[in-house]
Write a protein that binds this ligand. Structure first.
Ligand code: HEC
Ligand code: HEC
Length: 370
């Protein structure tokens, strides 16, 4: 029988001990260090369907209403019905659904919407999502109590818990048993092969890169005729005005050639120089356009505004035309937010410094030239 040499056993043991105690990577000595337990804990915030990871705490429906009105309603609506941009969180649920655990309206093709609480099966998902991602403009700023409270408020709006309810880590499992679509989760589809597919385990897509004898470049065999381009109205105006998706401006002919798409929306000419600029800061009439544009991306204004394109908020060139010379007004509006000038969608208050707001406002008041 083979005998393990004593010396070799020693070497192996020493080697292992070395790896375990090392703080830096053995492969790249001197580079990096192990994360500390506290660092790992700060990242490790997920709450699982069985509520593993849920921090202890509680929050009332009433407190949740305060949180909602202060930090959520401007985007999601006072009753979670949401506006033209954000999808509705509340509605479409009946008392029977709480009994059956399957939302009947999901099978009713005539029902217009699919709200969050119609679809979601696990309450942990709501708690975790709010805790890590909301409010959209300031994620991870809510206290544990606020997350419990606002979750309780949404459960109450959906008729799942009563007005005087306090949600806590102690009763959240019972509330899970009342989730209207708790039995709605399925693995019976190929995207996520479950037991139903044992043996086949095929995914829905199967791409194999062609390595030899590949077909030559694809030929486009049919085109949308020019006369049909605008047949359904301007597609650019029918997209959700959020994110990177804009839709083509079908009132214009299709741009030809590479890079043409970027020119579809004409750049508005700089507004005439404002006669009576009252600058907020020392940066008088000639704020450097580059500096202002850099501030727009630094402060994430460009999530909602294009310089010359409307996104959720108006194009900055349009703002410049409307408020030429009004730097004070603009600085105030940038800091405080508000609604009604360009439509019903509100602009949330922004947390940039007065100095930065003044630079952007002066740049706008002077015509928003790049
Ligand atoms: C500035 C706008 C804004 C504010 C304020 C805001 N949200 Fe949201 N919320 C969004 C957007 C946008 C999404 C969708 C995000 C995505 O799909 O990546 C969203 C998604 C959600 C969802 C998931 C909906 C789903 O079906 O996927 C929940 C729940 C939610 N928000 C709750 C809240 C709560 C609670 C607050 C207040 C603490 C809040 N939101 C504040 C914009 C906002
Ligand atoms: C979450 C989306 C969002 C973000 C982020 C945002 N805005 Fe807005 N902004 C809007 C909306 C919506 C309006 C239209 C409000 C209205 O109709 O009164 C608006 C309007 C404006 C106006 C015109 C005000 C008026 O009364 O005509 C200015 C100026 C402006 N935003 C500047 C900024 C700047 C600067 C930033 C970044 C520091 C910024 N915005 C970030 C959505 C946003």
């Amino acid at each position: 029988m083979f005998k393990f040499p004593k010396e070799l056993a020693m070497v192996v043991a020493l080697g292992l001990a070395g790896v375990v105690s090392a703080q830096t990577s053995a492969a790249y000595p001197g580079v990096g260090r192990d994360a500390t337990a506290k660092e790992v804990a700060a990242w490790d915030i997920d709450v699982r369907p069985d509520f593993k990871g849920l921090p202890a705490g509680s929050g009332t429906v009433a407190k949740g209403q305060d949180v909602w009105e202060a930090k959520c309603a401007q985007c999601h609506g006072f009753f979670g019905e949401s506006g033209e941009v954000f999808s509705p969180l509340v509605g479409g649920i009946g008392k029977e659904d709480i009994q059956t655990g399957r939302v009947a309206k999901l099978n009713d093709a005539s029902f217009p919407g699919r709200t969050t609480f119609m679809k979601v099966s696990t309450l942990s998902t709501i708690w975790d999502y709010i805790n890590r991602a909301m409010p959209w403009t300031a994620p991870k700023t809510l206290s544990t109590e606020e997350v419990y409270a606002v979750t309780a408020f949404l459960l109450n709006l959906n008729g799942i818990v009563p007005d005087d309810f306090t949600l806590s880590e102690k009763n959240i499992r019972e509330v899970q048993q009342r989730m209207p679509n708790r039995n709605g989760m399925t693995t019976a589809h190929n995207m996520w092969p479950g037991k139903e597919f044992s043996g086949t385990n095929k995914s829905d897509t199967r791409n194999v890169a062609c390595m030899k004898d590949c077909a030559p470049e694809a030929k486009v065999a049919s085109f949308l005729p020019d006369f049909a381009r605008n047949a359904h109205g301007n597609l650019a105006e029918q997209n959700r005005l959020v994110g990177a998706q804009r839709g083509a401006d079908t009132t214009q002919p299709e741009p030809k050639g590479a890079g043409a798409a970027a020119k579809v929306v004409a750049v508005a000419p700089a507004a005439p120089k404002a006669p009576d600029v009252k600058p907020v800061a020392a940066t008088a009439g000639n704020v450097d356009g580059k500096a202002a544009v850099a501030l727009l991306s630094k402060h994430n204004c460009t999530v909602c505004h294009g310089v010359d394109k409307k996104i959720i908020g108006p194009a900055f060139t349009d703002v410049a035309k409307k408020h030429a010379g009004k730097a004070d007004y603009l600085a105030k509006k940038i800091k405080l937010g508000g609604s009604g000038v360009w439509g019903a969608i509100p602009m949330p208050a922004q947390s940039l410094s007065d100095a930065d707001a003044a630079i952007v406002a002066t740049w706008l008041a002077n015509g928003a030239a790049k």
